[in-house]
Ligand binder design. Structure first.
Ligand code: DQA
Length: 141
């Protein structure tokens, strides 16, 4: 199986973006971490990042059409995008939502997610290791 890992806005700036919140791992490191973990678990992974809501929705549509499992960190769109929530509702494979930071220990606007109601699991506050955990969860079945 090929798992689709989708990252939303500003995650391409990992490593330099608010390192006290998101850590020192770069986006390239994150891609490598996902590829290594998927290889170890024995499945293929496709990793995408966009700052554009429409692009994220297009990837979710593709995943719905191919019944792919999805790991999604919709970043800021998590808390604002009805449209990304609607695209998540269409998914036919499983969806694991990831947030690097503990959104519940931050501002109250980060406590609501349009993604969570459609997710089979949610991983928050585990740093970039959350992506590893999400892939492991999908591999566990
Ligand atoms: C985030 C948390 C969001 O609130 C924030 O807007 C992000 C990153 C995280 O991974 O912790 O961009 O999704």
């Amino acid at each position: 199986m090929t798992v689709l890992v989708v990252n939303g806005p500003n995650l391409d700036r990992l490593g330099t973006r608010e390192p006290d919140v998101y850590g020192a791992t770069t986006y390239a490191d994150l891609e490598e971490l996902c590829r290594d973990e998927a290889r170890r678990l024995g499945f293929a992974v496709r990793i995408e990042q966009s700052n554009a809501e429409s692009q994220i929705i297009e990837w979710l549509h593709e995943a719905a059409d191919t019944a792919s499992d999805v790991v999604l960190n919709a970043a800021g769109f998590t808390h604002t995008s009805v449209a990304i929530g609607d695209a998540c509702a269409m998914l036919t494979g499983r969806l694991v939502e990831v947030h690097i930071s503990n959104v519940f220990a931050r501002e109250s606007f980060r406590h609501h997610s349009y993604v969570s109601p459609h997710a089979s699991g949610v991983i928050v506050g585990c740093g970039v290791n959350g992506y590893r955990l999400a892939l492991q969860q999908l591999a566990a079945g």
